[in-house]
Structures are given as structure tokens and as C-alpha cells.
Ligand binder design. Structure first.
Ligand SMILES: Cc1ncc(COP(=O)(O)O)c(C=O)c1O
Length: 407
């Protein structure tokens, strides 16, 4: 076993299971791997560090921004402003519109924590303590801290850690029953546009509209968790922008972000519209590393590259005309093995029929030099980098077709 793998498996806590592969370096859409036998392999990375390296590995402009900022200033307390933090907040606020302000942290789960605290303090200050109910959905995923697992509708994430936090209620996703769960004590609903970890389940138009309609009737906040879908993964900068044409559409009061925002560096953010963000008053919340100048400089580079290279149009076009089309063809051809494919842009899940296992497809794809992920036992997850070439993606899909054929 290679040195890093041996040490990782010996000295890390076993929460990620036995690690079988080391990644030694990455460039663009490619990574260089070494397995337990020391065998090296160059792989096309269609998992992107679980939706983080959307611009590929070590994007030269992101690297340059990190280098430049790290020679100037690496950390100050949030008692002081820094240029990168202020500029990234301004850029995100401009994108979101509607008088947005921003809170920075370091990860998705921290963004969820801050978002829920913000919703609770908003309701407390405006309506009193009784309006504290948070609704979340079955098969959701919002992270691994205690608040986030409480709001994650997958029993396996919660068992052994209970009791979970109080004042939360689980409802069915994409179901007509939502109005049964909502009342005037509801403070917020937290949801994903695509429940990625929960199996790549896409919210329906009707369900999104129903959340918006009920939020007006019962005056609760919408927390849209864009940790994985945000920063362009679905072909729009935010996945909820796909609903802009809907009759009830409005900018959600609270949006959480993380993952791709830092181009590979840890960062999380909460965007709050209008007056909502003003309720996170001094002393109510903080994060020592939140708004770190180096991470924010990387975030600014990410936003600039996406804009300048018009990457959203590219994700939308390639996602539709290549990824979706080929997954459609492959699932028609092998309908006995593939139950369904779901997603949009550069975020897709392919659900296999029992007894086929997603992990076997991932292993076989690695043998062919392609990294993919899973989303539950039956779903194979595709999260390609935005800078992948058409030929690279096409070849990877040919290999996927072969792997499915050989199952
Ligand atoms: C929708 C969503 N929210 C929150 C999280 C948690 O993010 P992190 O692992 O950065 O804490 C994830 C991670 O996969 C996610 O997909």
C-alpha cells in the first residue's frame, strides 16, 4: 500500500471507510491517482471533489489569485474588513439582487446552521418565540453537524445521534401534502432544488410554486440550500433561477452556498434578501475564519472566470445536447439495468435497477480511467467540471455505456 494511503487509513478516524485510492495531483479535468498496490492511473474527474472543483483542478487564474492574496494578507478577525471579503459579498449581492447582504463561513453545513439561526432570530424578533417551526424534506441532505443532520431527511444520518434538535418537522418532497404541515408557527422551510445526496431528485414546478404560495399565506421564510447546486452546476448560477418564469417567483429570503464558490478552497456563504439579513445582529453569530481573504480572493476569481468564459451557457448547452442526450440513449438501450436518469446541466444521477449497485459502476469506471460518484446505493452521480471538452465527456460516456452493458 502506498505511503499516504497506509498512513491515512492508520491515522484518520474511520468515518470515510477504508480509503482505496490516493490522488496525488490534478490539472484541469484530470487527476493522477495511485491505488493500494502503488499502481498509478490518470483519470478524468467527473465527480469534482463532490461538486467543488467545477472549474477543474488548479485553475491557473484561481491559483494566481490565491498566490497573490496569500502574499499580502491571510487572516484577520472579522472585527476588520478586508478587500476580498467586501468585494465577494458585493459581487454575490449584485447577482442575487433585492438588497442582499451576506454572511461568510467555511462550509455548507455552517451555512445551513447560520441560515436556520437567521430564520429563527427573524421570526423571534418579528413575531415572538412561538413562530419557530422549521420544515425540511424527506431525502434531503443539509450537512453533518447536529443541526444539519436534524434537518436531513435520511434516517441513517440521524440514528445513533439522537435526539435531534427541537422545533423541526419532516414533510414529503414533491408531494401534495405540504399544506398539512404548514401553519402560522412555521418560521421557515429549508429545501434543495435538486436533492443531490438524497438520490438526485429534482423539485417539480408545482411543488416549488406551492412552497412560494404557502410562504405568502403563512409568512415564513424560504431557505434554498444551493450548497451543491449553486455557482452554476445546473446551468444557471443558482438552480432556483430556472423558476424565474413562474408566476409566484421571487428571490428567496435566504440562500446557502459553499462547495464550488471557493474553486477548491473552503468557503460557505449565506445570502439574505431585503431586511432579513439585518436580523443577524452583533453577538448573534460569527465564524473565526468566515470571509477569509484568501478563500474570498479565490471566490472572486471563480465568479470572474464563469462570467468571462460564459460557462453557464456552456454547461446548459453541453449538459442538454451531450450529457442528457447520451444518458437518455444509454438508459433506453439498457432499460433492463437503468431505471431512470435525473438532473440537469452538469448534475445527473442514473438510478440502476436492483440488484445492480452504483458502487460497482464507479469501480468499473475507475478501471477505465474515469472518476464518478454515488448518491445512495442505486444512483451513479455525474458532476463533470465545466471546462471539460466535448470529446472528453463523449469518451467518458462511451465508457459508461460499455460498463452498463457489461454489468
Ligand atoms: C445541499 C447540501 N447542503 C449542505 C451540504 C454540506 O456541505 P459541507 O459538506 O460543506 O458541510 C451538502 C454537502 O454535500 C449539500 O449537498
Amino acid at each position: 500500500m502506498g505511503g499516504a494511503l497506509k498512513k491515512a487509513n492508520r491515522f484518520l478516524m474511520p468515518n470515510y471507510g477504508e480509503l482505496g485510492l490516493e490522488i496525488t495531483s490534478g490539472q484541469g479535468a484530470w487527476v493522477w491517482t495511485r491505488n493500494a498496490q502503488g499502481k498509478r492511473k490518470k483519470c478524468l474527474d467527473l465527480l469534482c471533489g463532490l461538486g467543488v472543483t467545477s472549474l477543474g483542478h488548479c485553475h491557473p487564474e484561481v491559483v494566481k489569485a490565491i498566490e497573490k492574496q496569500s502574499q499580502k494578507l491571510m487572516h484577520v478577525s472579522n472585527l476588520y474588513a478586508t478587500g476580498p471579503m467586501a468585494e465577494l459579498a458585493a459581487a454575490l449581492a449584485e447577482k442575487n439582487g433585492d438588497n442582499t447582504n451576506v454572511f461568510f463561513c467555511n462550509s455548507g453545513t455552517e451555512a445551513v446552521e447560520a441560515a436556520v439561526k437567521l430564520a429563527r432570530i427573524w421570526a423571534y424578533e418579528k413575531f415572538g418565540h412561538k413562530k419557530n417551526k422549521i420544515i425540511y424534506f424527506k431525502n434531503s441532505f443539509h450537512g453533518r453537524t447536529w443541526m444539519s443532520i436534524s434537518l436531513t431527511g435520511q434516517a441513517k444520518m440521524q440514528e445513533k445521534f439522537g435526539p435531534v434538535v427541537e422545533g423541526i418537522v419532516q414533510a414529503e418532497f414533491n408531494s401534495r401534502t405540504l399544506s398539512d404541515f404548514v401553519d402560522h408557527d412555521t418560521c421557515a422551510i429549508i429545501f434543495e432544488i435538486v436533492q443531490t445526496e438524497g438520490g438526485v431528485n429534482v423539485i417539480t414546478d408545482g411543488f416549488y410554486d406551492e412552497i412560494l404560495r404557502l410562504s405568502k399565506e403563512y409568512n415564513f421564510l424560504k431557505i434554498v440550500d444551493e450548497v451543491q447546486t449553486g455557482v452554476g452546476r445546473t446551468g444557471e448560477f443558482f438552480a432556483h433561477w430556472h423558476f424565474k418564469g413562474n408566476p409566484y417567483y421571487e428571490v428567496p429570503e435566504i440562500i446557502t452556498m459553499a462547495k464550488a464558490l471557493g474553486g477548491g478552497l473552503p468557503i460557505g456563504a449565506v445570502l439574505a434578501r431585503g431586511e432579513v439579513g439585518d436580523y443577524l445582529l452583533p453577538g448573534s453569530h460569527a465564524a473565526t475564519f468566515g470571509g477569509n481573504p484568501v478563500a474570498c480572493a479565490a471566490g472572486l476569481a471563480v465568479l470572474k472566470i464563469i462570467e468571462r468564459q460564459n460557462l453557464m451557457a456552456r454547461v446548459e448547452k453541453l449538459g442538454l445536447h451531450l450529457l442528457k442526450r447520451r444518458l437518455f440513449e444509454i438508459s433506453c438501450e439498457f432499460y433492463d439495468k437503468i431505471k431512470e436518469y435525473r438532473g440537469g446541466g452538469f448534475m445527473f444521477g442514473v438510478e440502476l435497477h436492483e440488484p445492480y449497485k452504483a458502487v460497482d459502476v464507479v469501480k468499473a469506471m475507475y478501471e477505465k480511467g474515469v472518476l464518478l460518484g454515488t448518491a445512495g446505493p442505486q444512483v451513479v452521480r455525474f458532476l463533470p467540471p465545466f471546462i471539460i471538452t466535448e470529446e472528453e465527456l463523449d469518451k467518458a460516456l462511451q465508457k459508461f455505456e460499455q460498463v452498463i452493458k457489461d454489468l
